[in-house]
Write a protein that binds this ligand. Structure first.
Ligand code: ATP
Ligand code: MG
Length: 481
């Protein structure tokens, strides 16, 4: 992350932030200096998180009572929190780990190797990692082993009915070797071996669930002594346990969500069929009746009025044709198949273009990131939410401009819809809508809730109105789902 020339290239022996010859920093200075260092190199979007880590570290310092001891431990606390934040933002690099290690060594008067282990175990076991998508959390934990020079590469394997499945590898390009797979298989059976591979020693550690090996980390150790590597791997296995457990729970709840979304979609599909078989057929019959009536009435209309009468009938027929078109469009939009079979960007652009044409409201749609890697439930939810928001804008807002932004980040999908219309009093409107059995916004909220996301409506009389949806970006580790 930080390209600072004062950072030593190797694992230096002293905290690199102090200039040579300066007396040891006073306790509160150490924390402040460490903070200033990381703050300077951090991207602007990460600064609030670092400030927050500093605040927490200061609170921790007070908790220890003793200023010296408190400062030492608060520095460890702060350094670990920063490493986790940088990793979460994909901004962590090896020099950050080295700087943090040197800072911990200085603050706690520890040899570098001890400081490294202390920092590693704090970061790997940080509860904050459980807020990350499990794959990102595991990648951070494994990557740290490499940054600490314990492993040259590492892969994470999970037990499946078909044998070990590699769900993550760091430090190597390409798929893991057959030797690694064999090692993973042996470790999942409870056997550990020591084998040599490509100038390093292949080591493994199992992650247990209910006393049984459930996943395994395999990696090549470099120069680290065997007992040190064992200690790190042991810490890693303990820290991976909750991450993989969370993955397991998410997977289970995802299949439940899938069922819920599927049943909601089935209801919509039935509604589409009902529309087709009921109102659309009625409109067609009505149009035929009107046409017949036109013919039957025609002979009885006096010559001078015939043109006018015909015009009125044609008008009525044209309105019925338009009603038929709208109903068919509605029935079609309730179909899920088309949402899933085409790229999301294309579907959204089509929906938005059709809306802009029909309503004369200037509408812009921006899509950032890999929108097509969304799960099918997420795609449906994003599509339906935008559909409903646009319907509301057309019906209630009087807006002249709408801006829709979809951003697929690694940890979350964000959708924002802003209109410059009249706005509304959110609580009152929702209560009234509920009384009248109106389900648009409630439906969005329900869909988002099913996927573990958040939905916020920000509006007031006079406008503008903004809807913000965030869906956690969880993808199963397994390719088996
Ligand atoms: N963009 C908007 N601008 C102004 N008012 C809005 C907007 N979106 C929603 N509202 C208000 O919120 C109310 C609730 O919206 P909701 O979508 O839940 O129900 P509805 O649109 O009235 O009915 P339904 O969606 O079931 O056809 C609306 O009746 C309207 O008063
Ligand atoms: Mg509505």
């Amino acid at each position: 992350m930080i390209g600072d020339s004062t950072t030593p290239a190797g694992l230096g022996s002293s905290f690199p932030l102090a200039h040579p010859g300066t007396p040891p920093a006073s306790p509160s200075e150490r924390l402040a200096r460490l903070h200033a260092y990381f703050l300077e190199g951090a991207p602007a979007r990460l600064r609030p998180a670092l400030e927050h880590a500093l605040e927490d570290a200061r609170r921790v310092r007070e908790g220890y009572g003793d200023a010296e001891v408190g400062d030492s431990l608060a520095s460890v606390w702060y350094a670990a929190a920063v490493i986790v934040e940088l990793a979460g933002a994909l901004e962590l690099d090896d020099s950050d780990v080295r700087t943090a290690t040197a800072a911990v060594a200085e603050a706690c008067a520890l040899p570098l190797a001890s400081a490294r282990f202390l920092l590693f175990s704090r970061v790997a076991g940080s509860p904050r990692l459980l807020e990350f998508p499990p794959l990102l959390a595991a990648e951070t934990q494994l990557g740290l082993l490499l940054a600490c020079d314990i492993l040259l590469d590492a892969s994470l394997w999970r037990r499946t009915a078909r044998g070990p499945e590699c769900i993550l590898s760091v430090g190597t390009a390409g798929p893991p070797s057959r030797r690694m797979r064999a090692e993973a298989k042996a470790a999942l059976r409870g056997r550990t071996r020591l084998s040599l591979l490509g100038g390093g020693q292949l080591r493994s550690v199992a992650v247990e669930r209910f006393g049984e090996p459930y996943a395994v980390v395999v990696g090549r150790t470099g120069g680290a002594p065997a007992e040190v590597a064992r200690a790190y791997l042991g810490e890693l296995a303990a820290a991976l346990g909750p991450v993989l457990e969370r993955e397991h729970l998410l997977e289970r709840s995802a299949s439940r969500e899938q069922m819920l979304v599927a049943s909601a979609e089935r209801r919509l599909m039935r509604l589409g069929f009902d529309l087709h078989d009921g109102p659309i057929q009625d409109v067609l019959a009505l149009a035929a009746d009107v046409k017949l009536l036109q013919e039957q009435v025609y002979p009885f209309v006096l010559e001078p009025h015939r043109e006018l009468a015909n015009g009125r009938f044609d008008d009525l027929l044209a309105r019925l044709v338009e009603l038929d078109r709208q109903l068919r469009e509605l029935a079609h939009s309730l179909e899920t198949k088309s949402v899933l079979s085409r790229p999301l960007g294309e579907i959204l652009h089509r929906e938005v273009d059709a809306f802009a044409q029909r309503s004369d409201i200037e509408t812009t749609l921006t899509i950032q990131g890999e929108a097509d890697s969304l799960s099918s439930q997420q795609r449906i939810t994003v599509f339906r939410a935008i559909q409903e928001a646009l319907a509301n804008i057309r019906e209630h807002s009087g807006a002249s401009k709408v801006e829709i932004r979809v951003r697929a980040r690694r940890s979350a999908i964000e959708v924002r819809i802003v209109d410059d219309g009249t706005g509304f009093e959110v609580e009152r409107a929702l209560a009234k809508a509920a009384q009248r059995g109106r389900l648009g916004l409630v439906g969005i909220a329900e869909r988002v809730r099913m996927l573990g996301g958040t939905f916020e409506i920000d509006s007031r009389p006079g406008g503008p109105t903004s809807l913000a949806i965030t869906l956690p970006r969880w993808e199963p580790l397994s390719t088996e789902l």
